[in-house]
Design a protein around this ligand. Structure first.
Ligand code: H2U
Ligand code: ZN
Length: 358
């Protein structure tokens, strides 16, 4: 990150006193309580998950050649493998219907659910895959986004990964999901409003402008390369939440150049390695890409980005719960985004498991 420039306000007050910060992407406030980080914890502890998985697990439905829960067989794949989810939440064949009776409003939601195996190796994670293999995963995401987005009934393609039991992943085998839907889901729909509103009032892209501010302040950056920057957003809620932004104003995954695809693979590996190194554990998270809707319009207002939402707070076994005031009032964090970014920035990019003696 470049040196701090300009005459921007000091962070002292924000790092000392309880305050709220505005999230312009979701149009909501978050509560930051930096004075509270020393509180004791006698609640639930998670399993650290730092075990040595085998390279092949005969009981894993995603390992090459194995039978799946739905009766189908996973082929003997060598790089990546994509299939229709055997237990899909959405069905392409859902007939059109609508019910509107005052406050009772419902309608059909056709869609397609796919599963993407990142590697045939059961023991790998994004952090421990090599860059060429990760580039292959990026290519699969691009192909899937293009093919699903081209379908007439699909208007949004949501690519995501739930990693680790703490985030509800059903299996340690490296994999992600894609849900392609007829409607634009809530989160990208809120971002759509934010991009539109910012463009209407300022004439600029919200995230191009935000990235420029972050690069000039150099307070919340984690790691970067020629095409992407990972930072803890000023308004992040999860303790080690990050936002991955493309430096260029790119509307979607498909619009990335060859070099940007390589750089995305590089950045994902480096960021997830830092996450794993933080508590020397396979760091759980939900991550996903937000890109333009696939409704046929150009959507030049959109700026491609990825969100990482990891639940861990103070160790491999103590997670943050989004409950109480956060469910009923406003999401709240204790550790400031600046402190989280500094901790992630201070870590090396050699994976801790590779540093361990055999
Ligand atoms: P998660 O780990 O994020 O839950 O993703 C795994 C998905 O894989 C899940 O949606 C599907 C589940 O429905 N699945 C299959 O399609 N076939 C199987 O044999 C088991 C799991
Ligand atoms: Zn497996």
């Amino acid at each position: 990150m470049p040196d701090r420039v300009g005459t921007l306000p000091s962070l002292t007050d924000l790092n000392t006193h309880p305050h709220v910060r505005f999230n312009p992407l979701r149009g909501e406030w978050i509560q930051v309580s930096p004075h509270r980080t020393a509180r004791p914890w006698q609640g639930q502890v998670e399993h650290s998950g730092d075990v040595d998985p085998p390279t092949y697990d005969p009981g894993c439905y995603l390992c090459p050649g194995n039978g799946r829960a739905g009766g189908k067989r996973t082929p003997d794949y060598a790089t990546t493998f994509v299939f229709d989810n055997d237990f899909p939440a959405l069905l392409p064949s859902t007939p059109a219907f609508e019910r509107r009776e005052g406050l009772l409003v419902g309608r059909a939601e056709p869609g397609i659910c796919r599963v993407v195996c990142f590697s045939p190796r059961h023991d790998l994670t994004i952090s421990r895959m090599d860059r060429d293999a990760l580039r292959g995963v990026v290519d699969v995401w691009v192909q899937e986004a293009r093919a699903l987005g081209a379908r007439r009934e699909i208007n949004y393609v949501q690519i995501f990964e739930n990693r680790g039991a703490a985030m509800g992943a059903s299996n340690p085998h490296p994999h992600g999901q894609i849900w392609a839907t007829a409607s634009v889901p809530n989160e990208p729909s809120r971002e759509q409003q934010a991009f539109d509103a910012h463009r209407a009032s300022n004439g600029t892209c919200l995230l191009c402008e935000y990235l420029a501010v972050e690069l000039s302040l150099a307070e919340r950056g984690v790691c970067e390369n020629g095409s992407f920057v990972a930072l803890v957003p000023f308004w992040g809620v999860w303790p080690f939440e990050t936002l991955v932004l493309s430096r260029r104003h790119v509307t979607d995954l498909e619009s990335m150049t060859d070099g940007e695809r390589n750089d995305l693979a590089d950045l994902l590996k480096r960021l997830t390695t830092r996450y794993d190194n933080l508590f020397e554990t396979p760091f759980p998270y939900s991550m996903g890409f937000h890109q333009r809707p696939a409704d046929g319009a150009a959507h030049d207002e959109w700026h491609l980005h990825a969100h990482f939402f990891p639940p861990l707070l103070r160790s491999a076994t103590v997670r943050k719960f989004m409950v109480g005031f956060e469910m009923l009032g406003t999401p709240q964090r204790d550790l400031t985004p600046e402190d989280s970014a500094a901790r992630l920035r201070a870590l090396g990019e050699d994976h801790y498991r590779d540093r361990r003696s055999p």
